[in-house]
Design a protein around this ligand. Structure first.
Ligand SMILES: CC(C)=CC(=O)SCCNC(=O)CCNC(=O)[C@H](O)C(C)(C)COP(=O)(O)OP(=O)(O)OC[C@H]1O[C@@H](n2cnc3c(N)ncnc32)[C@H](O)[C@@H]1OP(=O)(O)O
Length: 258
């Protein structure tokens, strides 16, 4: 499918999706959010895709929701169109892993979009922030909830109340990103991580994603039970037999996603 605000390339079982509104630092307008939703849903359905990398430009992953588009909306407009509701919720239901490769600004909705992904690899140029407070609003794509779970209450409050930016080193120290790499290596590193995930049994990849996400939604006891049942269920797969046999026979596993 041809898109206007994103570019999709599929290589080695990985879909690389680039946000592509350079004139507005990839600000998330309706067209971009809609097209991103379609592209992710397509990737989720496409048997040739086993992992997704989502990225922006060198200057900006995304500088937030589109302020121009939002500026004249009333409460009724926002409510009636369910601003950043269903379209964003659909992204959280993608079952294949999504890695955010963040270079430059990831602000407001941009930071929130990165946090919706399964993990974040940051360039050393990355700057994260929730500056909505400067616009007389607050985060609206889950930032108050997700950032707090990533970095704890004190730092999340600091970010949301002062609107200050966090650099890549602070983001790594705080647990917001999984690793920081030189800007020139951002896409190669993210693609290598994605290819590594693509080699695994997709049944266990999906089960792992679901179980880790469950940690955010439930009690420890329920989460442990969810993990245990899914761990036990994976013994019904051919890939469990193959993975363990390959280890014992000192060879690489040949997973068939069965
Ligand atoms: C999700 C919810 C509920 C809310 C949000 O996300 S609200 C948005 C939060 N984000 C921000 O407040 C950041 C806004 N942008 C900036 O502060 C700056 O653009 C910057 C610090 C990221 C970069 O500054 P710089 O001087 O390098 O570049 P600009 O000249 O300011 O930007 C270039 C070009 O992009 C347009 N732009 C940037 N961000 C947005 C945005 N969020 N929405 C719409 N347009 C944006 C900016 O207006 C400029 O366009 P023009 O050349 O046409 O002026």
């Amino acid at each position: 499918m041809a898109y206007e605000t994103i570019i999709v390339e599929i290589e080695d079982s990985v879909a690389l999706i680039r946000l592509n509104r350079p004139e507005a630092l990839n600000a998330l307008n309706t067209a971009l959010i809609t097209e991103l939703g379609h592209a992710l849903a397509d990737a989720d359905r496409n048997d040739k895709v086993r992992c997704v990398v989502l990225t922006g430009s060198e200057k900006a992953f995304a500088a937030g929701a589109d302020i121009k588009e939002m500026s004249t909306k009333t409460f009724v407009d926002a409510y009636e169109e369910d601003l950043f509701g269903a379209r964003v919720d659909a992204i959280t239901r993608i079952r294949k892993p999504i890695i955010a490769a963040v270079g430059g600004y990831a602000l407001g909705g941009g930071c929130e979009l990165a946090m919706i992904c399964d993990f974040i690899i940051a360039a050393d140029t990355a700057k994260f922030g929730q500056p909505e407070i400067n616009l007389g609003v607050i985060a609206g794509i889950g930032g108050t909830q997700r950032l707090t779970r990533f970095v704890g209450k004190s730092k999340a409050m600091d970010m949301h109340l002062t609107g200050r930016f966090m650099d890549a080193a602070e983001a790594e120290r705080s647990g917001l990103v999984s690793r920081v790499v030189p800007a020139a290596k951002l896409i190669p590193e993210a693609m290598a991580a994605a290819r590594k995930i693509a080699e695994k049994s997709q049944v266990s990849v999906k089960a792992a994603k679901e179980a880790v996400n469950r940690a955010y939604e439930t009690t420890m006891a329920e989460g442990i039970l969810f993990e245990r049942r899914n761990f036990q269920a994976l013994f019904s797969t051919e890939d469990q037999k193959e993975g363990m046999a390959a280890f014992l026979e000192k060879r690489e596993p040949q997973f068939r996603d069965r």
